[in-house]
Structure formats: structure tokens, C-alpha cells
Write a protein that binds this ligand. Structure first.
Ligand code: MLT
Ligand code: MN
Length: 303
């Protein structure tokens, strides 16, 4: 029997839900106190094999709020302490690493990422506040297995992605499978395993084969439709241009994952424009009918 605990501590995409400056169709339901929507913080998971030592998969700008909302991440009383032993970054986006600045205070934990992602930290001196003397930055190669302690290991793999928005110069290449954007396979002591892919531009053949038959997948749920942000009047970019596959349509994730035999599929990294955030909305019902769960803050899964 396995005992891997997976906590979805933040289920929204960049900006969270509702986003601070957004009153458009879906976000406004929150501001209007509509009970069909719930607030969500930005994209992050916490995972443990023993319930004592935890790894964060991405560290969002909302990490302080996420720690407060999840007792498992509280310090042991009476001392300076944190159960957060490691942080693994899946890309260099602000929603995935901005919270590192909150985890300063000369406290030891291990920080893992690809060389490319870790270079963001070296090139931006403000991250020296997370002093490498206390927080070693450990580069991880693609397909390398990392020991996270407590019998938990993680293997990272390239997924179709894009450089972070703030590093774009001209038209970025979209969908290349490089170390810029990775997914993670996390395995527990009894061999129980799940996949975490919070950002993905399309389902490539290699990714499809890797995920086939998985027990659990937490996957990029940014947008329902590719032109959703344009339609909502909140942006000029398509999901594809942002490096995110949409849920709906012939090339969408609902269709792409139909035949892969994945036992449990959960959307995370959900954008504040996505109508699946509304309980009972037709889009939500369609996603659920296709076998997907809509991730929420505080969702806990034990494998
Ligand atoms: C993304 O997932 O596309 C990014 O987090 C967008 C952003 O930087 O806000
Ligand atoms: Mn993001």
C-alpha cells in the first residue's frame, strides 16, 4: 500500500482566481459573491511520503497564504522549523518561482531545477536573498531521478513549452521539448506514482506514451478555448501563444487524453478566464463528463 500524499496547495494559473485587477466574466462572479466559484491561489503542489518532510513542486507568490492554509506545512511549535525540505521548479514563470522570495530567512531547504531554470535565479540578484549557503541550488538533468527523502523520488522530463514571458525576445519558439518547461513523475516508497505537468503546449507523441496508463495526472488546465482571453477582452494572446494547450476543441486536452487509460485526471494551473471554474457551467460538465476533475485549493489525494 502506498502513502504518497499530494496536496494541491494552489490550483490557479498566474494571477490566481480572481486576479487582483480582473472583473471580467468569470472573476466577477467571485467579486459578486456568487457561490458557484471559489478563490484559488497560484500553481503549486506539496508532496510527502511520510507526512513529515514535504517537497513543493513550484513555489508561487502565494506560498505564505498556502502555508497558512495547510497545517502540514506549519513549523513545529517552539522552534524555527519548516516541514518544507525541498522545492522543485518546473519552469521559470513568475507564478512558479516568485514565492522563493518569501522563503528567505536563512532557512535550509534544497532547491531543484534544470540548469536553464536555475539560471533565472543567478541572473536576477534579488534571489540571492534566498542565500545559496542555506538553500543549495541543485541542477537536475532531463530524465534524471532525484531522491527527495522519505522514499519519494522525482524524475523530470521535457514537455512542449516556451521560455518565460519576461525572457521573450521577439517571437518565441512555442512547443519545443527542452529543459525550459518540464513535467515530473513522482514515485513513492511502494512504487506508487503520479505525473505533474502544469504547463504544456500540446500533447506530443512522446508525452502521450509516457503518460499512458498513469494512476494520476495533474495537468495544465489554463484555458477552455484557445482565444478565451481575447474573447473576454482581457488580453491579445491565444493559449497557444502562451504555451498552453486548451481543454476544448479537436486539439484540446479533453480529446487528446481520451484513449490513454489514465485512472484519475485533474486540471490544475486554471486561468481566471476559464469557465470550468464555475460549478455547473456547461464547460465544467463537459470536462467532468470526459473524466476530468477540476483541481481546487486544499484538494488532497493519497496514492
Ligand atoms: C504562464 O503560465 O503562461 C505564465 O505563468 C504567464 C505569466 O507569466 O503570467
Ligand atoms: Mn503559469
Amino acid at each position: 500500500m502506498g502513502r504518497l500524499r499530494v496536496l494541491v496547495i494552489g490550483s490557479a494559473a498566474g494571477g490566481g482566481f480572481p486576479q487582483w485587477n480582473c472583473g471580467s466574466a468569470v472573476s466577477r462572479l467571485f467579486w459578486e459573491d456568487d457561490g458557484r466559484v471559489s478563490a484559488r491561489t497560484q500553481s503549486s503542489l506539496a508532496v510527502s511520503g511520510d507526512g513529515k518532510s514535504w517537497t513543493l513542486f513550484n513555489c508561487s507568490p502565494d506560498i505564505r497564504q498556502q502555508i497558512m492554509a495547510n497545517r502540514a506545512l506549519w513549523p513545529e511549535l517552539g522552534t524555527r522549523d519548516s516541514p518544507i525540505a525541498s522545492v522543485l521548479l518546473t519552469n521559470g514563470d513568475i507564478d512558479h518561482l516568485g514565492g522563493l522570495l518569501t522563503l528567505r530567512e536563512s532557512h535550509h531547504f534544497r532547491l531543484f531545477g534544470t540548469r536553464g531554470v536555475l539560471s533565472v535565479l543567478t541572473e536576477n540578484r534579488i534571489f540571492d536573498a534566498v542565500n545559496p549557503q542555506f538553500v543549495p541550488r541543485i541542477p537536475v538533468s532531463l530524465d534524471e531521478t532525484i531522491d527527495l527523502g522519505g522514499g519519494v523520488s522525482a524524475e523530470i522530463f521535457a514537455v512542449p513549452g516556451k521560455v518565460p514571458l519576461y525572457l521573450e525576445e521577439g517571437e518565441p519558439e512555442i512547443g519545443a521539448e527542452t529543459e525550459t518547461t518540464v513535467g515530473v513523475k513522482v514515485t513513492g516508497a511502494a512504487g506508487e506514482a503520479f505525473f505533474y505537468v502544469p504547463g504544456c503546449a500540446h500533447l506530443s507523441e512522446s508525452l502521450r506514451e509516457r503518460l499512458r496508463g498513469a494512476e494520476l495526472l495533474l495537468f495544465d488546465g489554463t484555458l477552455w478555448r484557445d482565444d478565451e482571453m481575447i474573447q473576454a477582452g482581457v488580453g491579445v494572446k491565444t493559449g497557444q501563444r502562451m504555451g498552453h494547450i486548451s481543454m476544448s476543441g479537436p486539439d484540446g486536452s479533453l480529446e487528446a487524453f481520451k484513449e490513454l487509460g489514465i485512472r484519475r485526471k485533474v486540471f490544475v494551473h486554471i486561468n481566471n478566464t476559464n469557465p470550468v471554474l464555475i460549478e455547473g457551467a456547461p464547460e465544467r460538465l463537459e470536462a467532468e463528463a470526459a473524466g476530468w476533475e477540476i483541481g481546487y485549493d486544499g484538494m488532497e489525494i493519497t496514492l
